[in-house]
Ligand binder design. Structure first.
Ligand code: SF4
Length: 610
């Protein structure tokens, strides 16, 4: 095979056993890699209904056929498992040298199953794989752990690891790499912790086989040059995603005070220009020539890497208008291995719960010192931190009142940093994202602001599906960063050509869209099976706050989502996807995507619409 190795490394931690398996080439063509391969493995291998934090769950780490090859931003991999936060499919991507080294070591994916009795880490060096003791590392934070492992295994080793939050099974713990590159929002770090797996260290020196090396280098060089020529390149290099703070505030979508509002009066103090004034370093993922990790020195004197999501969630959403303090909270989250989006949601939710006297803890908006303590409490599950480590859905079920209305999550995963009081397409994107509310699959908000905020149109639904196909399907399975395309306009044709020169397989964009639809249908089937067939369209609803509590400030004062119109959009969405009115793929849809076996299995749980 070219492009792919066709090899999977399987590690059983209960049995201390490592095997190398071939991956069926047909499966690679049907699912490409990354997220596609991950869901195929989880669907085929997971026993339905398992506890995600039990040894029965499996952690999949999957690269794609262009991962690690020359080409823009191809240094990413996907981490996936059944999520302890949502009880459905969970994944995330990480830009890391571990992706490049995994491929150079001769593998497309790793499956970790079982659980070790004592803390271990996995060391992979080409064909040699060892399970080593991590007893001396357990309890250490992510930065210290990475430093120690690099001292032992070399600076060029690719490392994926967890911090105390993953060890203590915080339901939104992530996997961390390279000092703060974080992925796996739906608690994939907790899954790693439940397996007593502290880290995966990878070194690889093989040459990845490709179909046409000369042409691949030519296409990649052209693409790198296109990126540098983009009109927005220079400003991107200055601010990266941080420019979005100002844009979001101007357009009233900046999450503020737990998504009560879309504007924040102190936004200037946390925006891209404030960041530029503090910036000391710029870093990013491997193989990227538009690196977007802006590093500042926080109020504690530490380096902290900022992007839009973590600044909005740990800034305006909790009423903290001080970038140095926001950076310090972000640094703590990275140190402990906690997802910053869910964390900002949980802290905002807890502050509102305190204000409404649904919890005894005294928490005030913008109280930096208190938030710092709470983050530590969450990481170690101390005091109130034990409850907050559960995520907004479970906290709300415990504290009751009307908190379910402002527990800002979909399917249990907290919402990313765009308020949707006046953004029905973005609300639909969050609600139909395959991992719970996340912007990764369909960041439709910028387009929606241009075409008109308040309309509920078929055109918007079509745009959500188109973006899900490209972002959630193509980029997540290739695996490559979507930002060169979405931010600087790199044409999708480059990715089609990179794939062709790597694998020798000629696929059109429409072929890729079909793969994306297959991945989406299989992920939806996985959710329905995990929920025992108890599934209806309310699973695809955004939080009640956006329907029931209008904005009280800003240019869109008074705006809120319309429930009936949202429902109509959701029906159009299902129609376009070939899913029924409950949001379950129809039998004919599954069959047309080559998933007849999935339809047969699903019928054990729910009656499918023909
Ligand atoms: S654009 Fe940013 S997120 Fe994407 S690969 Fe480059 S550094 Fe990583």
């Amino acid at each position: 095979m070219k492009g792919w190795w066709g090899k999977l490394l399987r590690v059983n931690l209960s049995e201390n056993k490592v095997t190398v398996q071939q991956i069926d080439p047909e499966i690679l063509k049907m699912f490409i890699g990354g997220r596609g391969l991950a869901i195929k493995i989880l669907w085929d291998e997971l026993e339905p209904g398992i506890d995600p934090l039990s040894p029965k769950n499996k952690l999949v780490i999957a690269a794609g056929p262009i991962t690690g090859l020359v080409g823009p931003s191809t240094g990413k991999l996907v981490v996936a498992a059944k999520s302890p936060l949502t009880n459905g499919y969970g994944d995330g991507n990480i830009g890391t040298m571990a992706s490049v080294n995994l491929r150079r070591a001769g593998y497309d994916a790793i499956v970790i199953e079982g659980a070790a009795k004592k803390p271990v880490y996995l060391y992979i060096e080409n064909d040699n794989v060892s399970i080593l003791s991590a007893e001396g590392l357990w309890g250490k934070d992510t930065f210290e752990t990475e430093r120690i492992l690099k001292n032992v295994h070399g600076k060029d080793a690719g490392i994926l690891l967890i911090g105390p939050a993953g060890e203590n099974l915080v339901r939104y713990a992530t996997i961390i790499s390279q000092e703060g590159r974080s992925g796996g929002r739906p608690g994939i770090g907790a899954v790693m912790g439940s397996k007593k797996l502290k880290a995966i260290v990878i070194r690889g020196t093989k040459e990845i086989p490709v179909d046409d090396k000369k042409e691949l280098t030519k296409v990649a060089t052209e693409a790198y040059n296109e990126i540098k020529k983009a009109p927005a390149y220079d400003f991107w290099m200055r601010q990266g995603t941080m420019a979005t703070i100002e844009w979001s505030n101007t357009n009233s979508v900046l999450p503020t005070f737990n998504y009560r509002e879309g504007v924040y009066e102190l936004y200037r103090l946390i925006d891209g220009y404030s960041m530029e004034a503090m910036k000391v370093l710029q870093r990013g993922c491997p193989h990227c020539n538009m690196i977007c990790g802006n590093v500042v020195i926080d109020v504690e004197g530490e380096l902290s890497e900022l992007d839009y999501e973590n600044v909005a969630m740990l800034g305006s959403n909790i009423g903290l208008g001080h970038l140095g303090k926001v950076a310090a909270l972000n640094k703590l989250a990275d140190k402990y291995g906690i997802d910053t989006i869910s964390l900002g949601n949980v802290l905002g939710f807890a502050t509102e719960a305190s204000e409404k006297k649904l919890i005894d803890e005294k928490i005030e908006w913008g109280d930096y010192k208190k938030y710092k303590e709470l983050i530590e409490d969450i990481a170690y599950r101390r005091g109130i931190g034990d409850l907050l480590a559960e995520g907004t859905k479970r906290i709300s079920e415990k504290i009751k009142g009307d908190s379910w209305k402002w527990a800002m999550n979909v399917k249990g995963l907290e919402i990313s940093a765009y308020d949707c009081h006046a953004a029905p397409a973005m609300a639909l994107a969050y609600s139909t994202s395959p991992i719970g509310a996340h912007h990764k699959d369909a960041w439709v908000i910028a387009w929606e602001v241009k075409v008109g905020r308040l309309e509920y149109t078929k055109e918007k639904v079509e745009k959500v599906v188109e973006l899900q196909r490209i972002r959630g399907g193509i980029f997540e399975s290739l695996v490559s960063c979507r930002l060169p395309w979405i931010e600087l306009g790199l044409k999708l044709d480059y990715y089609v050509r990179l794939f062709k020169t790597a694998t020798g397989v000629a696929m059109t964009l429409d072929d890729f869209y079909k793969v994306a639809d297959r991945i989406y249908a299989l992920i939806r089937a996985f959710w329905v099976r995990e929920y025992g067939g108890k599934w209806d369209r309310t699973m695809d609803y955004p939080p009640a706050r956006w329907f029931e509590e209008p904005l009280t400030k800003g240019p869109l004062k008074g705006a809120h989502l319309d429930k009936d119109k949202y429902d109509e959009m959701l029906s159009w969405y299902y129609e376009l996807r070939g899913w029924d009115e409950r949001g379950i793929p129809k039998k004919s849809t599954l069959e047309s995507l080559g998933l007849s076996d999935v339809a047969n299995e699903l019928e054990n749980y729910v009656k499918l619409t023909p």
